[in-house]
Design a protein. Structure first.
Length: 225
């Protein structure tokens, strides 16, 4: 089995085997927001949908006590290996979003969930589970908006990254309905990647394709009073 090596700010090195989401623009955008949080040593951080563990390891390097969760056993094992490889301490659990940590409370929750709109009506299978999220791209986003507040401590924060194709205002509204105060803190525009380009006809038919074939990524920060 071949793997690709991704290098984040030294000395963090990651292995991403096939079927595990490789850190990309969204990962780096959320990592930048994470570093601005001023995480104090020993703060409890939860990474929901950890994938390769890139964000969990970055939080651990900043001094946090980190718990990482993923529904994919391959992602769980990859994150454990990457934690060993980078000499970072991360507790990695197998579970569906926050189900594995319902008895815990965290100072910060970070999440880069699957959010790519898909023409398929059935749940994704195989590698596509790392990015496909229903026809509106919100199959996981809506659940994160609903579940994250339940595991946040008072004054805790959620950092969430996703595509503008999924509806930024919808995310802000859902987080507000869940009792959080939410704002967009980061925006960037990137060219459509291979997956979106392969769905261009469907995206245009659905009114989701930008004329310049660029995708906006946003980081939303939501706080619990």
């Amino acid at each position: 089995m071949t793997t690709e090596t991704t290098t984040l700010p030294e000395p963090l090195r990651l292995r991403t085997p096939p079927g595990v989401y490789e850190p990309q623009h969204d990962t780096r955008l959320l990592a930048d927001a994470l570093r601005r949080e001023g995480i104090r040593p020993g703060a409890d951080v939860l990474d929901v949908g950890t994938g390769s563990g890139a964000l969990a390891l970055e939080a651990a390097r900043l001094g946090a006590r980190v718990t990482a969760v993923d529904i994919s056993w391959r992602a769980v094992l990859t994150t454990r290996f990457n934690a060993w490889l980078s000499r970072q301490q991360v507790s990695v659990r197998h579970g569906d979003l926050t189900a594995a940590v319902r008895d815990r409370a965290f100072d910060l929750v970070i999440s880069n969930p699957p959010y790519v709109p898909s023409p398929e009506r059935r749940p994704p299978r195989g590698a596509a589970r790392a990015w496909d999220a229903g026809q509106d791209g919100r199959a996981l986003l809506d659940r994160v908006c609903a579940e994250a507040p339940e595991v946040l401590r008072p004054s805790g924060a959620l950092l969430l990254v996703h595509s503008g194709l999924c509806g930024v205002e919808d995310t802000l509204a859902r987080l507000g309905d869940a009792g959080l105060s939410a704002v967009v803190t980061d925006r960037t525009s990137i060219p459509f990647g291979p997956v979106l380009l392969s769905r261009l006809a469907w995206l245009r038919q659905s009114g989701l394709s930008a004329a310049d074939l660029r995708e906006e990524l946003v980081v939303i920060r939501a706080t619990k009073e």
